[in-house]
Design a protein around this ligand. Sequence first.
Ligand SMILES: [Zn+2]
Length: 413
Amino acid sequence: MKSRKTSALTSPFDAQRIEEIRKGAELIVSNWDKIKSEKDFETFKEGIRPWRNKVRGEYQALMRGLTNAATDSDKVKNVDRTLDSWRKKAKPFFDVTQNVDPYPSVWDSWDKSRATWRDKLQAAIDGLSGVAKWLKSLAKKGIVVELADTTPRNMELSGFPAQLVGFDPKDEEHVEALKKLKRGLKVFEDKTSKAMPAMVEKMVPIQAYFDEKSPLGSAGRLGDGTIKIWPLNIGKVDTFVHTIVHELAHHWGLELLSQKARGRWVELTKEDVKDLDLREVLKSWPENQPMHEWEQKIKKDDPALYLQLQSIFYEHVKVPQELKDNWTRESIEKYLEGGGDPKISVPATPTTPYGATNPNEGFAEALALLIAYGPRAVDPTIRGWLEQVLPGELKTALIRSLVKIAEELIDRP
Ligand SMILES: [Zn+2]
């Protein structure tokens, strides 16, 4: 356990700081029912961003401050219990900050569950009042909870504007994660400026959250016109570059591609389907071999088939539900014996299993593979599609030669 030390970066935590959070939350609750459309929802998300970041910083600071007070001061009774109850009370704030901050498409589900979230937020407001009172009573006894200043700080990381949320320079884990983030961004910049310089030029601001692990497990996500990064989730540098490019590709897909180019991409992916014959699948799947073993084998022997089989589990790929639910040799046999159509439609040129989710994810995955792992990681057909919708933007050697070949082959009017 770290000891409580005063330094330039600590300040006493008083009830006033909690009071500010509480006031902000009340304002939000009072506006809750005025959100009537996705557009309102977007405005609302934008409006509460500063409050949300403040809450995140304060929450973390308070947790640390109380923990330190608990270990340092004999005068504080029941600190553990209070700490626990504060955690429970503040949790809805955190959940709410997640649930008002997702992909735009989540509006529908937010709308459906808005009453639940408002109740949780209201309960958190009441809880905060209790914590404020408790802190006041501590102050009367002369006990001051000191805490690190974790207000968001703005800086440049590898030349990109970034805001660090909840960063504590005294926390070794944070310092280590910041190093990883810097290294990852440097590699991202190197690779991307070679393969697609415009993506670096049109980079969006970074928000890096040090106060938690990513709620989605992935180290990055696009939202509020920023790229959000969870440095504590950064693993291998290539994976990180893949994640960042994937998210920025969504930014391109949403903001920078023309309507026509977007439409073209959807067309290309939708046209690129083939029928997979379940009878053939059964032939190549040895009897008595469990699915995962067989998959490992075809992953090496026939990667395209592997990806096609993975893609059947995605919602939009039209496969009879009974097979999606239960993908075994027996269930396929039963389905065929029952007169089921042996042909199912799958992507002819899959990128990654996740890329099969929908055309947007396919675009993000294709671009991410191309930039993070090089042109050879992407099927030539898909490289050609990328070149069509991003004309002149891609600078990889293989793409250049592909364009040249295409120019020679295609008759120009
Ligand atoms: Zn995505």
